[in-house]
Design a binder for this molecule. Structure first.
Ligand code: PLP
Length: 362
């Protein structure tokens, strides 16, 4: 069977050249006589792999020297606790913008550790937009401000970066990391589960400004203490070895095609094709406010649950898979991360037109 166009929100498509390279190196990594999955993380050959992966990741994202890169486990969800444990350490206050399910979960977790405050929320509008928050709305003595940059489930994205003055900005970039260039210096800390856009599931990447490390609360589990992980180059214990290797390959691939400027262009072109079609017709409805549309996750509905179901079923049969919306919102969601080729979105739009013609509404 041929490869399908996989619109899964995560784990999601990986670039075919990366998979092919990994396949070629699967049983005997560069003459080592073993797979990357089988080697000691303390061996010289693996040391080169993790060193190169970090170097390429830094180069790709243009990460300044005063930021540490940590390769961790536990998913982005573990960071919901690790962030307050490490950073809610002065006034035990943190301000959260609630723009979807993941930021709400992060907020609930932070409440366990101190005075977490929801500055704004778009929940009453079904998270169909990202609230705008201006500088004076943040508490001046908050230890950090937390946002979720791209809301995977609802298909929204921050159209702006909150101005929080001297307060460190913490951002969950799980579903948009490496999709376009960003200015790392605007953030105190960035975290991302790797399985959406940069690697297989099992790796969580943290990018953290050095001055924010080293003041974790005393009750912080060793495994969640950024200082322990930074001091040990992410090898306090066994790291997710194979995922880090794959991250390295994905970064090399992105660098080889022209880096984040180029992938941004490609991502914009793909998203525009789909949104332009959605805006040009009235069979499907895109619930997200236009200025907050995500470039990575595009949500839409037909207006009928039955038609939505049929859509997903017929699309699957046509080789367009995983288009079902998140179980909490229904409808459809097309996740078009870096690895989704333009042809995949073209095929989706062609299918949407055909489906609309074949299943007219009353
Ligand atoms: C998927 C996702 C998460 C949860 O990630 P896990 O790695 O499964 O814990 C958190 N935040 C965002 C934005 C996501 O897309």
């Amino acid at each position: 069977m041929e490869r399908v166009f996989n619109f899964s929100a995560g784990p999601s498509m990986l670039p075919l050249p990366v998979l092919e390279r990994a396949a070629g190196e699967m049983t005997n990594y560069r003459g080592s006589g073993m797979s990357v999955m089988e080697m000691s993380h303390r061996s010289p050959v693996y040391d080169q792999i993790i060193t190169d992966a970090e170097a390429n990741f830094r180069k790709l994202l243009n990460i300044p020297q005063n930021y540490k890169v940590l390769f961790l486990q536990g998913g982005a969800s573990t960071q919901f606790a690790a962030v307050p444990l490490n950073l809610m350490n002065k006034n035990k206050k943190a301000d959260y913008i609630l723009s979807g399910q993941f930021s709400s979960k992060a907020f609930e977790e932070a409440k366990k550790y101190g005075d977490a405050y929801a500055v704004a929320s778009s929940k009453s509008e079904k998270f169909s937009f990202v609230p705008f928050v201006s500088r004076e709305q943040f508490r001046a003595d908050a230890d950090y401000v937390h946002i979720c940059m791209n809301n995977t489930i609802y298909g929204t994205k921050f159209p702006y970066l909150p101005d929080c003055g001297e307060i460190p900005l913490v951002a969950d970039l799980s579903s948009c990391i490496a999709s376009e260039p960003i200015d790392i210096t605007k953030f105190g800390l960035i975290y991302a589960g790797a399985q959406k856009n940069i690697a297989p599931a099992g790796l969580t990447v943290v990018i953290v400004r050095e001055d924010l490390i080293g003041n974790a609360r005393p009750e912080t589990p060793t495994m969640l203490d950024y200082k322990v992980m930074a001091d040990n180059n992410s090898m306090y214990n066994t790291p997710p070895c194979y995922c880090i290797y794959m991250l390295g390959l994905v970064c090399e691939w992105l660098l080889s095609i022209g880096g984040l400027e180029e992938i941004k262009k490609r991502n914009e072109t793909k998203a525009k094709l789909l949104y332009d079609y959605l805006d040009s017709q009235d069979y499907y409805f895109a619930p997200v406010r236009k200025d907050c549309r995500s470039m990575m996750n595009v949500t839409f509905v037909s207006g009928s649950e039955e038609l939505d179901k049929l859509f997903v079923k017929e699309a699957t049969a046509a080789g367009l898979v995983n288009l079902k919306g998140h179980r909490s919102v229904g409808g459809m969601r097309a996740s078009i991360y870096n690895a989704m080729p333009y042809e995949g979105v073209e095929a989706l739009v062609a299918f949407m037109k055909k489906f609309a013609a074949q299943h007219p509404k009353e």
